[in-house]
Design a protein around this ligand. Structure first.
Ligand code: DX5
Ligand code: ZN
Length: 226
């Protein structure tokens, strides 16, 4: 038995003016997690939401809020996001090379689940010490597009990183994010990813529930053979 499939619609593609009802709609469609893209306009050339919006959404849902921090100073976000009710806190390795140990400890002390993400150009070896360290991360998010915007094209060359991770860590949560949908899920699932973030393919589909269930099925088919 492999690891459990988690399908996480990216709320970046939702109607932010109706965030609570969009979140509920995704949960009704079978979503496991809600993926929340937090961008600071500095680490990436886009600005989205922060702790106040997470806090507002938390009042409307008990769902797992999978927060992806595309920010230059993730440490500054730990306390406010913990208070706001975030569930997962995934920071980028590119901005945490010097303080990831402290970061992981603080994330855990605020009751959140630590994860690390890497951009397409960052070698996978960079995250191994974080998975194996004294204060290990519990998820690795392999970016399958350059972070910053929804609706970009999936980069198949990033699958080598997912394969290497799965081979090394059979029970690790491995998340992929960017350009995932019915036409790319097979590549990600067969490489070993089990947490699937999808924005435009889910929100843009006439039947979001069908897209979510198709992606779950593909992950489960691969994972049951592990
Ligand atoms: C991009 C974000 C993604 C994005 C995915 O930087 O991290 O979560 O919303 O959107 P799609 O699925 O449309 O590529
Ligand atoms: Zn994301």
């Amino acid at each position: 038995m492999g690891v459990a499939a988690k399908i996480a619609p990216s709320m970046l593609s939702s109607d932010f003016a109706n965030l609570a009802s969009e979140a509920q709609r995704m949960l009704d469609c079978g979503a496991d997690w809600l993926h929340m893209d937090i961008m600071d306009g500095h680490f990436v050339p886009n600005l989205t939401i922060g702790a106040p919006v997470i806090e507002s959404l938390r009042k409307h849902t008990k769902a797992y809020l999978d927060c992806h921090l595309m920010v230059t100073n993730p440490l500054d976000y730990v306390e406010p996001l913990g208070k706001a009710g975030a569930s997962g806190f995934t920071f980028h390795v590119e901005v945490s090379r010097d303080n990831w140990g402290e970061l992981v400890q603080r994330i855990k002390s605020k009751g959140m689940r630590p994860g690390v993400s890497l951009k397409p150009g960052t070698p996978i070896e960079e995250v191994y010490p974080l998975v194996e360290g004294e204060y290990p991360v519990e998820m690795v998010l392999v970016m399958t597009v350059e972070p910053g915007f929804g609706g970009q094209k999936f980069m198949p060359e990033t699958m080598d990183k997912v394969r290497a991770l799965r081979k090394k860590y059979p029970s690790l949560d491995i998340e992929v994010d960017g350009g995932l949908g019915p036409s790319t899920i097979d590549m990600a699932a067969s490489a070993g990813a089990n947490c699937i973030v999808a924005g435009s393919s889910v929100f843009g589909a006439p039947d979001s529930a069908q897209v979510i269930s198709l992606m779950r099925k593909r992950v489960e088919e691969v994972q049951k053979n592990y």
